[in-house]
Design a protein around this ligand. Structure first.
Ligand SMILES: [Zn+2]
Length: 399
C-alpha cells in the first residue's frame, strides 16, 4: 500500500473504511482524505499563453543581469537551480525573467514560500511587476480563488496542485516548516512536473552537497543592488546583566539619531520581560508569534510610533524596514543558529536610501554559530565579480 500524495507506505498510518471498503492515508489527512492507490487529481488547472512582461522600479544591476542570464541558460537545459543570494540582493527580481519566459510559452508557474505573511507580500510585488496577468495568493484565509496565471502559495497549499507546475519557484527552503519535513517535500515534488528554482540566503549542507554532486546547478549573487557590502556584526561578549546595559546604550543612541531598532531575544517570555524593563527608556513593543495585532504593530513601527521592537526569530526573514539597526541579546542561545543570525543581520542596510547600518551581537560566549555567521558574511563580501569580467560581458553584449 502506498499513498500517492505523500508517499507514505508505513501500514501503521493507513486506516480501514468499512463503509467504502478501502484504506485511506492518515499521514496527510490534514490535506483532505486520500484513498490508497488513488492518484491525486491532476490537470484541474488551466494554463494559457500569456503575453507577460515585467516592469521593475530599478533596472537590474550588472551582477543581477549576469545571474539572470545564468538562470535562463539552465532553464533551457531544464535543470533545477539553487539560487544562493545574500539577504537583500534581490532574489525575487532574479526569477522574474524565468516567470515571464514560461508564461509566454503557456506554462504553469507556481511560487511557494514557507510563511503566509510573505506570500501576501510577494503577491503584491509580483502583481505590481506583472500588471498584465492574474496573480493569485493561496494561503490560510485566501482559498476562494486557487487558480490564476501565476499562483503564489504557502508550501502547505501545494497539496492542491498535483502534477501542475512546469516551473515551481520555492523560496526560503531552509526555513521552518519546510526544512526537514518529509511530508511537505513529497507534496512539493508531486506538484512540480518541470523545472524547480530554489531561492535561499542560507543553503544547508544537503543542498550544497547536491550542487557538488551535480544534481543541482547553482547561481550565486552576493552583491546587493546598491553595491555596499553586507553589514558585519559587532560582537560584545559579557555577562547577561552587562548585555542589558549595552543594549540600553545601543537603543538610547538609536533613539537620539532617530533610527528604528529591532532587538532579537531567544524566547517570547524574554521579549515581554525586556520590553517591560525598557518601557521607561524608549517607546517599545514586544512582537512575537503570540501577538494578536501583528499587522498593526508592524505598521505602527514603520510609521515611527515605536523606537524599538523586541522580537523573537519570527521576524528574522522576509521583513524589510528601511534604515533599521538590529541587536541580538543572549546571542549564544541555542535558537540562534548560523542561518538565523545571517537572516537577522540581513535586515540591515537593505534599501537604496540607507545601504548601511549597525548590527550588534551580545553574548556570553562567542560560540560556533556566531563564528560561522561572521565567516559566511565575510565570505559573501569577498566574493565579488572582478571588474574585468563585467567589462568583458558588456563588450560581448555590444558585439
Ligand atoms: Zn498520504
Amino acid at each position: 500500500m502506498k499513498c500517492q500524495r505523500c508517499g507514505n507506505h508505513d501500514p501503521a498510518w493507513f486506516a480501514y473504511d468499512p463503509f467504502h471498503n478501502n484504506y485511506y492515508c492518515r499521514k496527510c489527512i490534514a490535506f483532505g482524505r486520500m484513498n490508497v492507490d488513488e492518484p491525486p487529481k491532476a490537470g484541474a488547472y488551466s494554463a494559457r499563453v500569456v503575453a507577460a512582461s515585467y516592469e521593475l522600479k530599478y533596472p537590474l544591476t550588472p551582477s543581477q543581469q549576469r545571474a539572470v542570464a545564468d538562470i535562463a541558460y539552465y532553464r533551457r537545459q531544464g535543470r533545477d537551480v539553487l539560487i544562493y543570494a545574500a539577504c537583500g540582493a534581490g532574489k525575487t527580481e532574479l526569477v522574474m525573467d524565468s516567470i515571464q519566459a514560461s508564461l509566454r510559452e503557456g506554462k504553469k508557474v507556481g511560487f511557494a514560500i514557507s510563511r503566509r505573511q510573505v506570500v501576501l507580500e510577494i503577491r503584491d510585488r509580483l502583481a505590481k511587476a506583472f500588471p498584465m496577468i492574474n496573480v493569485v495568493a493561496v494561503c490560510e484565509g485566501h482559498t476562494q480563488v486557487v487558480d490564476g496565471d501565476l499562483i503564489i502559495c504557502t508550501m502547505h497549499q501545494l497539496y492542491r496542485y498535483p502534477q501542475t507546475f512546469d516551473l515551481l519557484i520555492m523560496d526560503e527552503i531552509d526555513a521552518f516548516p519546510y526544512r526537514g519535513n518529509a511530508l511537505l517535500e513529497t507534496i512539493a515534488s508531486h506538484a512540480c512536473k518541470g523545472q524547480r528554482l530554489y531561492l535561499t540566503a542560507t543553503p544547508d549542507e544537503t543542498m550544497l552537497n547536491e550542487v557538488k554532486q551535480g544534481k543541482l546547478a547553482m547561481v550565486e549573487l552576493f552583491q546587493r543592488p546598491h553595491g555596499k557590502p553586507l553589514v558585519v556584526p559587532r560582537i560584545i561578549h559579557t555577562l547577561p546583566l552587562f548585555q542589558l546595559w549595552h543594549c540600553a546604550r545601543f537603543l538610547r543612541q538609536r533613539k537620539k539619531a532617530g533610527i528604528p531598532a529591532l532587538v532579537f531575544v531567544p524566547t517570547i517570555a524574554d521579549a515581554h520581560r525586556i520590553q517591560h524593563l525598557f518601557r521607561w527608556l524608549i517607546r517599545c513593543c514586544a512582537f512575537t508569534s503570540k501577538s494578536t495585532e501583528k499587522e498593526q504593530i508592524i505598521s505602527d513601527f514603520r510609521a515611527g510610533r515605536y523606537d524599538c521592537l523586541f522580537t523573537t526569530t519570527i521576524l528574522e526573514r522576509g521583513i524589510t524596514i528601511p534604515g533599521v539597526d538590529v541587536a541580538v541579546l543572549y546571542c549564544d542561545h541555542a535558537v540562534f543558529q548560523e542561518a538565523s543570525l545571517i537572516q537577522i543581520i540581513g535586515r540591515v542596510g537593505r534599501s537604496q536610501e540607507t545601504p548601511t547600518g549597525t548590527g550588534l551581537f551580545l553574548c556570553r560566549h562567542v560560540n560556533r554559530q556566531i563564528k560561522r555567521c561572521v565567516r559566511a558574511i565575510q565570505k559573501m563580501n569577498e566574493t565579488k565579480l572582478p571588474e574585468k569580467t563585467v567589462k568583458l560581458n558588456e563588450a560581448m553584449s555590444v558585439m
